[in-house]
Design a protein. Structure first.
Length: 122
């Protein structure tokens, strides 16, 4: 079964921002997207988020840094055949991302809960 990889609005903005300073950032995104589409699950699972969220470390060839000082891509395994790239940041610009921030990004992706007519008060 093929895996679909979607981009959140947040990561699109992140990539646009990083691309100005690091022109080779798109190569890293393409490499990770290819691995995800092939069914691989690179990276480490982030605990205490409440969802299957993973963080992948990437080298930054534009800055000649290895993975330690490179990029981080955070993705969410929404369902078995759909993954969403949530956010991306440079380790030199941002130390880490909080659990609360990840939960907020995911909530923005999920459809609002359905309200049954019995729940609506007149």
């Amino acid at each position: 079964m093929p895996i679909t990889v979607n981009l959140s609005a947040r990561i699109e903005k992140d990539i646009k921002h990083l691309k100005r300073k690091y022109p080779l950032v798109l190569k890293g995104v393409k490499d990770i997207t290819t691995k995800l589409e092939e069914g691989q699950r690179p990276g480490d699972k982030i605990p205490n988020v409440g969802y299957d969220v993973y963080k992948v470390r990437l080298a930054n060839p534009s800055a000649r840094r290895g993975k330690r000082g490179g990029f981080r891509i955070v993705y969410y395994a929404q369902v078995a055949d759909t993954l969403v790239l949530l956010t991306m940041y440079s380790k030199t610009e941002q130390a880490d991302i909080s659990t609360e921030e990840l939960q907020q990004i995911i909530r923005e992706l999920l459809p609002p809960p359905e309200v049954e007519s019995d729940d609506i008060q007149e």
